[in-house]
Design a protein around this ligand. Sequence first.
Ligand code: GTP
Length: 325
Amino acid sequence: MSKDVSFKSSANIQEIPIPEDKVPIEIKSMTDHKSVELYLQLLESGSEKKRDIRLVSVGEKGTGKTSLIKKLFGEDITGNNKKTEIHGRLLKPFEERRQQNVIVEPAVEGADIGGMDNIPSTVDREPRKLEAVFEQPGIVKPKGISISKVNPPGITASDIKPSGINAPNVNPLVASKQSHQPIEQAKRDIETMLTDKSKVDLKDKEDYATLLLWDFAGDEEFYHTHQTFLSPDAIYLVVAKLNEAHDKKAQEMFQLWMHSIHCYCITDEQKNKAGSDEGKNICLEPPVVLVGSHKDKLEPTERQQMVTTMRSSLCDITIFLTCKD
Ligand SMILES: Nc1nc2c(ncn2[C@@H]2O[C@H](COP(=O)(O)OP(=O)(O)OP(=O)(O)O)[C@@H](O)[C@H]2O)c(=O)[nH]1
């Protein structure tokens, strides 16, 4: 059901109703009212439904964010694929020209596509955003992946070709914290993806959602830019090292991420309720999945203790894993 709120038009100071569910929070939170006005005008000239699922992985540097995402989508995390990624990108123009029956010459004299040792490391640091197309409703397919580029500062992404995710169970992750059943289901799906990819339905389906993977760089230099990219319409993976769970700095960093996500993503409705009685029972949005990495670095006896410590955190789902498995 649509709920109308009002804003004062910059052109003529009069209240204009805004169909709240039609204006995204990113536009509504812009301080100039022209953006909302312009957005509504553009809506009148036509619109289309865009199904995006944004998966954002955050955490301290080196906690294993990229390894986790790669693992989730069945990529090689041993480092061997690094060469393959660069290899693939450099080979692409050659492949295209070959397909057009043009004689291919090396772009650089002496360039050896097979020997990648001379490739500057910056080549691999180019920020990229990946889009994977998924079925919705239904179960995702790995084919039909589209990859696009974006350059948000401090966000890196790996060349990931998702091998499947259960879309109907992704949406409930960003739904209310009160509904535990879908969250449990989402947890099971993530575990399934990590353990047995053969269970993922690979059949073609007509409808798709686009999965955007945002793998934030853990370097502190980028932290001040992150607020720009934190939005309530996302699924957050906060990655922390299990073997550093007692480390004070690691704990502070974890708290920083939890606070940042909830502080920058809080909706107007939640802000209004915060001071009221109703607000006492309010659940923080968006829900967060806490991933404890480096499980392999813990002694078996320590594991249970860590599991208990991390489960007491403010997260909706807690997963413990090692990307080294
Ligand atoms: N032993 C162990 N090593 C891991 C695990 N997960 C990741 N690593 C290693 O930790 C290092 C850092 O992993 P990344 O995935 O690059 O970490 P990141 O969080 O993406 O790092 P930044 O992007 O620099 O913030 C790599 O050498 C990984 O192989 C794990 O569960 N166990």
